[in-house]
Write a protein that binds this ligand. Sequence first.
Ligand SMILES: *Cc1c(COP(=O)(O)O)cnc(C)c1O
Length: 358
Amino acid sequence: MRQATVSINQDALQYNLNRVKQLAPKSKIVSMVKADAYGHGLENSLSALAQTDAFGVACLSEALEIRQLGFEQLVTLIEGVFSEDEMQIAIDQRFECMVHHQQQVEWLIQHKVAYQAKKLKVWIKLNSGMNRLGFKADEIIDVINNLKAEGFECVLAMHFANADSDDHPLNEQQKQLFLQVREACMPILCSCCNSAAILKWPELHFDYVRPGVMLYGASPFADRSVHELDLKPVMTFSAEVIAINHIQAGEKVGYGSLVTAEKEMDIAVVSIGYGDGYPRAYIAQNSVVVNQKNLNLFGRVSMDMLTIDATGHALKIGDSVELWGEQRLVDDVAKTSGTIGYELLCRLSNRPTRKIKA
Ligand SMILES: *Cc1c(COP(=O)(O)O)cnc(C)c1O
C-alpha cells in the first residue's frame, strides 16, 4: 500500500494546552479549532483538548460539527453568524457570537431573550487597525453601552495584525486603542491574544486567550522555533522510499528536467507529492529526514511523488521519510517554501492516511 501518513500525537496537543495554561493561568482558554483543527482532524483534536474552557471556530457549520461529535463545551463563533436564521441555531446549541457589524447587533437584540436565557456572552470586535473585521473605536463604545443596556454580558475582543513581529509600530497603537476602549467600557470582559500575543504579552491575557497554532506545536514567530518556546509538534507527515535510481552525471530528474546531476547520484523516490499537500515548488534547500539524516529534494515535486538526493546514504525501499514533524519542523519547511506553518498544516489534502497516537 502507498504510504502517505499524517499522524497526530494527542499527548503533544495536551502538553501544548498545558503550556497555555501555565502561561495564562488566570485566563479562560478558547482553543481555536477552525479549519479542521488547523488540518489536524477535528475529532481527535477535540478529545485531546477536552480540558479547554471553550472552542473557537470560524462559522456555524464548524461549530455544529463539534456538537455532532458529542462535545458539549462552549463554542465561540469568532466571525459571528452570517445571517439571522443562524442565530436561533447558535442559541439552541450554546454558541457564543462575535458581533462585528450593526446588522449582527440587530439580529442579536431580536433574539435577546433566548440568548440571555442560555447565559451566553456576546463578543464585540474592535477594529484597532487591522481593518479586517470590527467596529471602529469611535463606534464601539455606543455598541457596547447599547448591548449592556439590553442586558447582555459583553466581551471586548480584538486581533493583532503583527503580533508575530517584535517591533511593528502598529502593535503599540492597537494595544493602546484596546486599553482605551476597555477603560471607557468598564466593567467589561476582554480578549485580545492569539498564540503570538499569549507568548509575548502576559499583561494582555485578560479574561480569555485564543491560542491556535501554538496548540499544534508550530511557532507563530519566524525567528523562534517551537523548541525555544517549549512546545511540541503535534503532526508528523511521513511517507516511504518507493524506488532508488542510480544516475550518471548529465542526467536530469523530474518534470521540467529542472535539475541535472553533476556527478553520479542515487535518487530516492518518495511516496508523497503536492496531491497530498507537500508544496510543489522545487526549492533546493528543502529537505526531508530519512534515518535521522536531512536529505535535500532533487527535482520538482510531482502530484504523487518527490525525489531526493540519497547519494552515499544507502537507503532502502520502504525506508520511512519524514516530510515534517519532530525532526524537520513544519515551520522550517514553510520558511524555505516561502509560506508559514499554518498554511502547510491546513492545506493538507485528505489523501494521506490519518493515524492517531493517543
Ligand atoms: C485564528 C484566530 C486565532 C488564533 O490565532 P493563532 O495565531 O493561530 O494563535 C485567534 N483569534 C482569532 C480571532 C482568530 O481568527
